[in-house]
Design a protein around this ligand. Structure first.
Ligand code: ADP
Ligand code: ZN
Length: 629
């Protein structure tokens, strides 16, 4: 039993006439979940988090994207009088959440630097009038004295800090302005706070509690499995062609994100994809705000769009129906990777990701870290974080087991990742490693992989002749192993730090640190490698079932209705000036197409249909169902 469910709504503080928020505080969180958001039950840790917060205690909630972290402060906000303050670093995310809340009939507002003056005054006016249930605010705006003083007089019900890992240098997206949020302790000593993030290892968690001055907070961690995501990794060979093959296998109309390392590459890749017939656009911090908003708007609104984004830029994309994510360049850590692939399939429908990794990527990131001005301790941790991701990519075991283990959890082999679907074999690569390392060393540590492979295989090339490599003892010692296999072995040795790519030179290979290399050359250290396989089949192709993830669940008659419902949704969304998913998620339309509700009461039973949406949309959609049946 929730402590708060005994509380009775306090009518004296409810919104006055003309207010946008018609609801008195809910006495029961489940009722709020049902009536406002149309969901039947809380998921896992949600009720723990909500219960704890409503009991007045601070919470740190670490749960993955798509878990439903926002409900953990939105529901308590609906169960309390006063205004809940939500600190959010990204304007796009803020705008999206506010739109969704308003659509659900909740009086939500936001304050940030992008707001025109007149609108800001209106927001402040509603705040003073106690008419705001949830206020989303950027950290720098919140910390202005004016804002804090105003809020102090406003009966703040709770404070939520979104993307809380931004407060920590150990996290992967440190934002200095987040540090100043510790001031909230002084301003609102009695107000319970909840910090939420999708990614924080133990060290980052401890740092968040410390930085935000919430030592007594209840720490809730979990829900890291994303069973609807199918994770694929592949060696980077011909990235654009690999991407093209992956995209060709996607269901029609599915939207996705391609991540690349640099702005320039984002532009180039988007251009190439557009040339190949994809509706692709680049999206990065170097674009002016107007263009960025325009592109983001298209991505949110239209089907079948591709956004090519830089890894470093947090896109702030809350689009629930991103069906796939491809990394053309490797992120810097397992956490960053997890967060980025996590942008796929927030609606719980099947989605697929592909991560390409190559030796150059790994060497490049290592060098960036080594050459940064960060303190040695930070560098050490960053290199370790990279190794964890490389370990996942190069490993032969179930990816999900690897990911969950990283987050301190476990599971059985999942049957829904590339390693489970196409098991890879491990091999003892000690002898191969010795041959390859010797070849690199004997040829002077200046030649690229192509020539090293030639030397190992005994190919009498012009280069070999010119450099008299035929006379070396290593020449031809690996003749029995194929070219592609040797390439893969060299890459694996590089990602394991036994070889390094000279990025200044022309991609020449040299030996890694002596303390790593020597034991291998002496045969004292085992080298386990993934048995190289020929690239027989592009990731995802033969496994993609049916023309569409949605159609896979729907009969052809249902699909026709689903399309008609989508058209109606598009029309309503356009009129309201919001993305289609703000009206209804695909999940709701899919069930609508299957269950074909014939009455308001049946419509109200659909997932994602709360009171406000029932009033607003039941009639329009029921008419479509009736006309198609
Ligand atoms: P997060 O912030 O953790 O990434 P969101 O708060 O955006 O996740 O929620 C992800 C999706 O899950 C949303 O579409 C939301 O409506 C849905 N959701 C949240 N809680 C529940 C629940 N208890 N039952 C069903 N769906 C839920
Ligand atoms: Zn698996």
């Amino acid at each position: 039993m929730l402590e708060s469910s005994a509380r009775v709504a306090d009518p004296s503080v409810t919104a006055g006439p003309g207010s946008a928020d018609k609801q008195a505080p809910f006495a029961d969180p489940r009722q709020a979940l049902r009536e406002v958001f149309g969901h039947e039950a809380f998921r896992g840790l949600q009720s723990d988090a909500i219960e704890t917060l409503l009991a007045g205690r601070d919470v740190l909630l670490v749960a993955p994207t798509g878990f439903g972290k926002s409900a953990c402060y939105q529901i308590p906000a609906l169960c309390r009088t006063g205004t809940a303050v939500v600190v959010s670093p990204l304007i796009a995310l803020m705008a999206d959440q506010v739109a969704q809340l308003r659509e659900a009939g909740v009086a939500a507002d936001m304050l940030n630097s992008a707001l025109p003056d007149a609108e800001r005054r209106a927001v402040l006016e509603r705040l003073r009038g106690r008419r705001t249930r949830l206020l989303y605010v950027a950290p720098e705006r919140l910390l202005m004295d004016g804002t804090l003083e105003l809020l102090e007089r406003c009966d703040v019900s709770l404070i939520a800090i979104d993307e809380a890992h931004c407060v920590s240098q150990w996290g992967h997206d440190f934002r200095p302005e987040y540090r100043r949020l510790s001031a909230l302790t002084g301003w609102f000593p009695k107000v319970p706070r909840i910090a939420v993030t999708a990614t924080a290892d133990a060290q980052t968690r401890a740092d968040i509690l410390n930085q935000l001055q919430m030592p007594e907070a209840r720490v809730l961690v979990g829900g890291f499995d994303r069973p609807n995501l199918r994770w694929n990794f592949a060696e980077k060979r011909e990235p654009l062609r690999q991407l093209d093959r992956f995209l060709a296998a996607r269901p029609e109309g599915s939207s996705g994100i391609v991540y690349v390392r640099s702005r320039k590459k984002a532009e180039q890749t988007a251009e190439r994809l557009a040339g190949m017939g994809y509706a692709a656009e680049a999206y990065h911090a170097g674009l002016d705000a107007g263009l960025r908003a325009e592109r983001q708007g298209r991505f949110l609104r239209d089907e079948g769009r591709v956004v090519v984004a830089t890894i470093a830029f947090g896109m702030g994309i809350d689009k629930p129906d991103v069906r796939w994510v491809v990394h053309l360049d490797l992120p810097r850590s397992l956490e960053a990777w997890y967060q980025e692939v996590g942008r796929a399939g927030r609606d719980g429908l099947p989605s697929e990701t592909l991560t390409l990794f190559g030796a150059q990527d790994v060497s490049f990131i290592r060098r960036m870290v080594r050459e940064s001005d960060a303190p040695d301790e930070v560098k050490r941790i960053e290199l370790l974080k990279l190794e964890q991701l490389v370990g996942l990519a190069e490993g032969v075991g179930c990816r999900r087991q690897g990911v969950l283990a990283y987050f301190g959890d476990s599971c059985d082999p999942c049957g829904n990742c590339d390693a489970c679907l196409e098991p890879q074999q491990a091999m003892d690569g000690g002898a191969e490693a010795q041959k390859a390392l010797s070849a690199v060393y004997r040829t002077g540590q200046v030649f690229g992989a192509a020539h090293i492979v030639d030397v190992l295989r005994g190919v009498e090339s012009e280069k070999a002749t010119r450099n008299r490599h035929q006379s070396l003892a290593v020449f031809g010692v690996g003749a029995e192993t194929g070219e592609a296999e040797w390439r893969s072995i060299l890459r694996q040795l590089t990602t394991r730090g036994l070889l390094e790519v000279d990025l200044e030179g022309h991609g020449g290979l040299r030996l890694g640190p002596a303390e790593r290399v020597r034991p291998v050359l002496r045969g004292e250290a085992a080298v386990t490698l993934r048995r190289p396989t020929q690239p027989s089949r592009p990731a995802g192709r033969s496994r993609s079932r049916g023309p569409s993830a949605q159609a896979a669940e729907l009969s052809s008659a249902d699909t026709a209705l689903f399309e008609a419902l989508k058209a109606k949704r598009r029309e309503l969304a356009e009129t309201a000036g919001v993305p289609p998913y703000v009206v209804f998620h695909d999940r709701t339309l899919i069930e609508m197409a299957q269950l074909r509700p014939a009455s308001r009461a049946a419509f109200a039973e659909l997932p994602g249909v709360g009171r406000s949406k029932l009033d607003k949309y039941a009639e329009s959609f029921l008419a479509v169902v009736a006309s198609e049946s």
